[in-house]
Ligand binder design. Structure first.
Ligand code: PMP
Length: 361
């Protein structure tokens, strides 16, 4: 027996982990700094960790009250009805729910290229197909409504990432409003704000109740430091918010994740420290790296280093794991996540040495 034809599906390529690299290179994990997956260098919110410890012996129950509590808390946070908050296992889970709710077999989605690969993956899982709009290096990956609309051909879902992974660029508010007005009535614009906390600008969430074709996705994986728990959400228009009950995987957002996420929302100190460090580190990377870099509103910086694969290999051997952007279609670029001040300073030293060595080799 065989599965269905999966030849159009490519596996997700994650940033490399510390244990994996340490094992491959025979290194001590303690000597490695991981700046390849845009994780939180300060770790999880301490308030979330407290709750995890407190509720560890309560995981024999299905997550019902904890899910409702988180939903209510998020509804208050964003000033929407509880029904409009679709809690999921990571923001990836929300992308799946939106695919389930929106896509009929054969429907097409429009995604940024380069961009986050899961948009296309979830469309294909749901028997849809994928077209792309370009963000061009020559144009500093600038995002505009025109850039999307030029490629738009009536797709059912249009994805926008702001701040954009892996480039750090943003879609300005007026461009988003313009885009929302220019797509067909049947097109949902999904604004992915996985890195929204690090940006200076306001969330698109404020627009969700003003139009009926906008959904916003957010996650606890980055600024709240809960990537390992898998918890995120979408904010959707009230007109069709009740579709959640028909498309969500029962209890996919787990008990501890729901409780920890709720606690993390009340941990202002951790969030402030996280955002402050990321803003310092992205400035430091831009000022100190001997490579062309792009302005970033996220917790990472894209740098043009020549041979990204050779540079990331050499950097890894020198103890700093960064993301080779070849899988994003940018074989000359690496993406460096913002670490603590110490980690970021070390990364700059290592990368500057390695880039020179690789260029001269
Ligand atoms: N969107 C973007 C742009 C991302 O970079 C990521 C994580 N790499 C996600 C969504 C998904 O995040 P998660 O599923 O961990 O919430």
């Amino acid at each position: 027996m065989q599965p269905r034809d999966l030849s159009a599906h490519s596996p997700y390529v994650p940033g490399r982990g510390i244990e994996e690299v340490a094992r491959d290179l025979g290194m001590d994990p303690a000597d490695l700094t991981k700046l390849s997956s845009n994780e939180n260098p300060h770790g999880p919110s301490p308030k979330a960790v407290e709750v995890l410890r407190e509720y560890a012996d309560a995981v024999h129950v299905y997550p019902k009250a904890s899910h409702s509590d988180l939903t209510e808390r998020l509804a208050t946070e964003w000033d929407v009805d509880a029904e409009q908050v679709w809690v999921s296992a990571g923001a990836d889970g929300s992308l799946d729910y939106l695919s389930r709710a929106m896509l009929d077999p054969g429907d097409r989605v429009l995604v940024p290229e380069p961009g986050f690969s899961y948009y296309g993956m979830t469309a294909r899982y749901h028997h849809g197909s994928v077209a792309s709009y370009p963000l061009s290096k020559a144009d500093d990956f600038t995002q505009t409504a025109d850039g999307v609309v030029d490629a738009y051909d009536g797709e059912r879902i249009v994805y926008v990432t702001t701040p954009h992974n892996p480039t750090g660029s943003e879609l300005p508010r007026d461009e988003l409003v313009d885009l929302l007005g220019r797509v067909d009535d049947h097109t949902l614009v999904v604004v992915d704000e996985a890195y929204g906390e690090y940006a200076e600008g306001e969330s698109a969430a404020a627009l969700v109740d003003e139009v009926d074709n906008l959904a916003v996705t957010r996650t606890f994986s980055k600024a709240y430091g809960l990537a390992g728990l898998r918890i995120g959400y979408a904010l959707v228009p009230s007109e069709w918010a009740d579709a959640y009950a028909r498309v969500n995987t029962p209890f996919a957002a787990n008990e501890l994740a729901c409780r920890a996420a709720r606690a993390a929302l009340d941990d202002d100190a951790h969030l402030e420290k996280t955002v402050e460090t990321a803003r310092w580190a992205r400035r430091h990377l831009r000022e100190e790296l001997d490579a062309h870099t792009w302005e970033s509103a996220g917790n990472f910086v894209l740098a043009e280093v020549g041979d990204a694969s050779a540079v990331s290999d050499a950097s890894q051997r020198a103890g700093v794991i960064v993301r080779d952007c070849t899988s994003f279609g940018l074989p000359a670029c690496i993406r460096v996540s913002t670490g603590t001040r110490e980690e970021t300073t070390r990364a700059v030293e290592v990368l500057n040495r390695v880039v020179h060595e690789v260029t001269e080799a």
